[in-house]
Design a protein around this ligand. Structure first.
Ligand code: ACO
Length: 319
């Protein structure tokens, strides 16, 4: 028994903030942001619009694409770093909004690697026969954890959600997955604030050592790609599409170069979405699927790295 992706969905909030808009808020320039990151614009939520709202739109689209009804869903695994509240989980809030009343629902916290972690876990539930219709979601509102006066971080992120429907299959599907974490690097990318005694203690905004993150990301993305291909006993040349976490186009290009995958086979959405953390891979996947770029029988390698540090890869056969 395998699992396979039966449908994808994505959702971006309506408001678009361009680099030129950010020039009005902080000492930056469109040229600096584009040349250092590849980002041109990002989407930002409206007042009161929550992570679960973005996830709801993405899930409805994924269910429709899969030809499934919400009533068939028996598992929701939602990756987010920006939950609606401390608890209950955003997965449970989403479950209620979808009108689903059965099965399990829980959040996964692996920062930008969250979707790859969630997909790997849901794959095990489906393969073992415990789930017959799983929603795997990445949804984020990073705009609420950014210090909008800090030019070194606020230009990098955006809001959005992506989802896939995972179902059992006698053909792969999800061929192989590999996950990693190394907690020694907690300090280089974090939101170190805590809620304590009714107040926030410490900084409740994204803090980052950009250079260290960059180097670490390229190194582990190349390593885990090779590891997952080895697990699948397939050469990297068989990959039709590489979908990396959309943090920075320079990280994407450097990783693709290291893996010798030409950029024509790499999906890039960071220019329009910026870094949407756990949502970035399912959003990019959905866009490539809906554009007809990813076709039945093709091999897609999904790869992410994020705070923790966490990283991982999933090799998927489409169709
Ligand atoms: N506009 C203008 N200047 C800026 C901005 C900005 N928005 N942000 C920083 N600067 C300045 C800095 O203050 C610094 O100035 P100084 O030299 O006078 O001190 C200078 O630009 C730094 O410039 P560079 O060294 O050329 O910047 P670099 O090429 O290292 O790019 C960046 C910085 C984009 C953050 C890069 O290190 C990077 O992409 N790192 C990865 C970070 C990332 O992607 N994080 C996302 C989360 S991690 C994840 O998702 C895995």
């Amino acid at each position: 028994m395998y699992s396979r992706i039966a449908g994808t969905g994505g959702y971006l909030p309506r408001a678009v903030v361009t680099n030129h808009d950010l020039e009005q808020r902080v000492d930056t320039s469109d040229e600096w942001i584009r040349t250092r990151t590849g980002i041109r614009e990002r989407h930002i939520v409206a007042e009161g619009e929550m992570t679960s709202d973005l996830a709801l739109h993405a899930c409805r689209r994924a269910l429709e694409a899969a030809g499934k009804d919400a009533g068939e869903v028996d598992l929701i695994v939602l990756a987010t770093t920006t939950p609606d509240m401390i608890f209950p989980s955003t997965a449970c809030i989403l479950q209620a909004k979808l009108g689903v009343t059965r099965g399990a629902a829980f959040d996964v916290q692996a920062v930008c690697s969250g979707f790859v972690y969630a997909l790997s876990m849901a794959d095990m539930y489906v393969r073992s026969g415990q789930s017959r219709c799983a929603l795997v979601v990445g949804a984020e509102v990073y705009s609420r954890i950014l210090d909008w006066s800090d030019r070194s971080t606020c230009v990098l992120f955006g809001d959005g959600a992506g989802a896939v429907v995972l179902v059992p299959s006698d053909q792969p599907g999800v061929i192989a997955t590999r996950l990693h974490a190394d907690g020694r690097h907690v300090g280089i990318l974090a939101v170190p604030g805590q809620v304590c005694g009714g107040e926030v203690r410490g900084k409740p905004f994204v803090t980052m050592e950009g250079g260290a993150v960059f180097k670490f990301a390229v190194k582990v993305l190349a390593e885990v790609a090779e590891e997952v291909m080895q697990a699948a006993q397939m050469p990297i040349e068989r990959i039709d599409w590489l979908i990396l976490h959309q943090a920075n186009v320079r990280i994407i290009e450097a990783t693709a170069r290291k893996l010798r995958v030409p950029m024509e086979r790499v999906v890039v959405t960071v220019d329009r979405h910026a870094n949407t953390s756990a949502a970035s891979i399912p959003l990019a996947l959905d866009e490539a699927v809906r554009a007809g770029r990813i076709r039945a029988g093709q091999h897609v390698l999904l790869e992410a790295v994020g705070g923790g540090f966490t990283w991982g890869a999933c090799l998927v056969k489409w169709g």
